[in-house]
Design a protein around this ligand. Sequence first.
Ligand code: AMP
Length: 398
Amino acid sequence: MMVRTLDDADVRGRRVLVRVDLNVPMENGRVSDATRIERILPTIQEIAGEGGRVVLLAHFGRPKGKRTVEDTLRPVGEELARHLGQPVAFAEDCVGEPAAHAVAALKDGEVLLLENTRFHAEEEKNDPDFAKQLAALGDLYVNDAFSAAHRAHASTEGVARLLPAYAGRTMEAELAALSKGLEAPEHPVVAIVGGAKVSTKIDLLENLVGRVDALVIGGGMANTFLNAIDIGIGRSLCEKSLAPTAQRILERARETGCAIILPVDGVVANEFKAGAPHHTYGVDAIPSNGMILDIGSQSVDRVKAAIDDAKTVVWNGPLGAFEIAPFDQGTVAAARHAAARTKAGKLVSVAGGGDTVAALNHAGVAQDFTYVSTAGGAFLEWLEGKSLPGVEALKTRG
Ligand code: AMP
């Protein structure tokens, strides 16, 4: 791998600035889902275990450069301490006297959390002076927040240019999984892309048709493609103005030799509602007053066959309106099939972005995929083929 990792770092007795993702959901002042906290434990424990002094940097919410009561990281630090099983000191500010004082008080193996970096407008501007103030608090920098790596902010990019910089264990695992998914995958690679709209995924589709062997298009966005090739889709969700875009993507796929797998049938209802009366129709016979809310069983068979042919599957987006039964069935069947192939050692499966994690959890198979990224925006930008500033900064430091 191109980035430096903790294997290359000597942390004993040194102040290690660790950028983490602590942007956890809260309810009534308490952390309601600790997944992100759990994911950063290995890096913190490894550094502290080797006698490093851990100084955690993180953002929380969108305070837009102002100090707010709601966006303090203090309660998150308390939850982190419970998970770590050791105290986590807290500094009221991520720079200046409070931070310097708290860092100076740290002993080997201890952990300190600095207050929300986004309380300073300079964070999101990647202000060089602010990055310098952060860098002054550490001897080394470790980034374990892949989910924030698509942003060139002071705590993700600026500071990484000022200190010896390394990927944390969670970042390392994410990068290794993504590399297996798209950068250096075993072919054939099949991408499965669903979700509501083409408009949010144009860059992603264009990147994928140039890289994968087959592209399955499902969900609401498939309607835009069907409409673009003159198939009637009734009142289904569709971005009619994007017909030229869809045609361009299909044309590009012909050029690159990427097979496009569109639905051949759809589960149609008259209203977007759980349990709405429904029938399955071939795409040549969609009723003019109906809405396609899921792929039909013949389409599911085609998706399963594509998965059977693949050595690698990259997945983003549900194949239907998975939140409302029974229109979750196409997504669930395809997800379970990919999970079973993965479990059987026949497939590398990498998924993430938007509602994908929720859809795989709904299907009960997220744990059976090779890797499920919870990174959202960063995962999508990676699927779009963009370089991520936070990752780039880890590559170029000598
Ligand atoms: P995205 O965030 O772009 O991945 O889109 C996810 C959303 O797409 C989910 O809320 C699904 O309910 C919705 N969706 C998927 N398929 C359809 C469909 N055929 N008709 C309407 N909405 C859909």
